[in-house]
Design a protein around this ligand. Structure first.
Ligand code: F6P
Length: 328
């Protein structure tokens, strides 16, 4: 009901992503603007259980919009999987007078939020913060755009050395079990092949494509491999396989890893975070709960968390077609 919320707790949970700090800043400043108290909760659900809280005002979030990571830290928390753990978290919120929550994280964090709300009725709004871009109900999650730019920049560097030595590079990127980073960054970086879990075209097709590249005069190639790829071989085994079946190639592997999670957020992610933070606070003030803020057709929307955690955003078939055409 309107007017009920007096103090909002904000926290980050799960894998961090660039833009989380911009979202924290927006939530804190929206609270200040709307005369609601705000409490930072450190280390996600673990910090909630331990009462690791700090009051935050408009000045507490100076100079963080451009910083990767999260000033509130994040943590994976097994204690929160138990009712006892969630009870402790609730008791801590009650003691601190927190009567609404904004969780910035991915589907795992939202799942915990939904269970917590059902048990203790604390209103909670989610902001999708993950580089994977795998959450239903939003076209973009916070950090995805920045991660794409990081990956494209790194692949451009790899291409310099690949072309100097006429080499084939397998570049593994993050994304857990979806291929959005691989597909978008692969197209952006002009990769000759992109392997994603949503479309397993098989190893024979990979060999044929690489043969065609060689015959068409390409002296070096980049194959972007999503870490959740379903070829049945990890990126090192793929290298071995291609070297065995296509000895014309001198192959190398680069696993990009956690650098994709860092870096100063792009302007797109900063603006998206700022828009989402305002919407999250307004939703709580309007008495709403168990919803995730998203962006769809460039409009800021609210989607039931129960739906957001059930689906992944589908791979863009039109972009897949563009990718095939670009590797002619
Ligand atoms: O969900 C974000 C993500 O970076 C995934 O892309 C990756 O698979 C996972 O987190 C890595 O998790 P951790 O940081 O716990 O190793």
């Amino acid at each position: 009901m309107k007017g009920k919320i007096k103090k909002i707790g904000v926290f980050t949970s799960g894998g961090d992503s660039p833009g989380m700090n911009a979202a924290i800043r927006s939530v804190v400043r929206s609270c200040a603007y709307m005369k609601i108290e705000c409490m930072g909760i450190y280390r996600g659900y673990q910090g909630m259980i331990e009462g690791d809280f700090k009051p935050m005002d408009a000045r507490s979030v100076n100079n963080i919009i451009n910083k990767g990571g999260t000033i509130l830290k994040s943590a994976r928390c097994t204690d929160f999987h138990t009712k006892e753990g969630r009870q402790k978290a609730y008791d801590q919120l009650q003691a601190a007078g927190i009567d609404g929550l904004v969780v910035i994280g991915g589907d795992g964090s939202f799942t915990g939020a939904l269970i917590f709300h059902k048990e203790f009725k604390v209103p909670i709004i989610g902001i999708p913060g993950t580089i994977d871009n795998d959450i239903f109900g939003t076209t973009y999650t916070l950090g995805f755009d920045t991660a794409l730019n990081t990956v494209v920049e790194v692949i451009d560097k790899i291409r310099d050395t690949a072309s100097s030595h006429n080499r084939l590079f397998f570049v593994e990127v993050m994304g857990r079990d979806v291929g959005h980073i691989a597909l978008n960054a692969g197209v952006g970086a002009g990769a000759e092949e992109i392997l994603i879990p949503e479309e397993n075209l098989g190893l024979e097709r990979l060999l044929d494509s690489l043969k065609r590249s060689k015959l068409s005069g390409k002296s070096s190639s980049i194959v972007v491999v999503a870490e959740g790829d379903k070829t049945g071989k990890n990126v090192f085994e793929l290298k071995e396989y291609v070297e065995k079946h296509l000895p014309i190639y001198d192959c190398r592997v680069s696993v990009l890893g956690h650098m994709q999670r860092g870096g100063s957020p792009s302007c797109f992610d900063r603006v998206l975070a700022s828009r989402m933070g305002v919407k999250a606070v307004e939703a709580l003030i309007e008495g709403k709960t168990s919803l995730m803020v998203g962006i769809q057709d460039n409009k800021i929307t609210l989607t039931p968390i129960s739906k957001a955690i059930k689906g992944h955003t589908k791979i863009d078939k039109e972009l897949l077609r563009v990718s095939d055409i670009m590797t002619v």
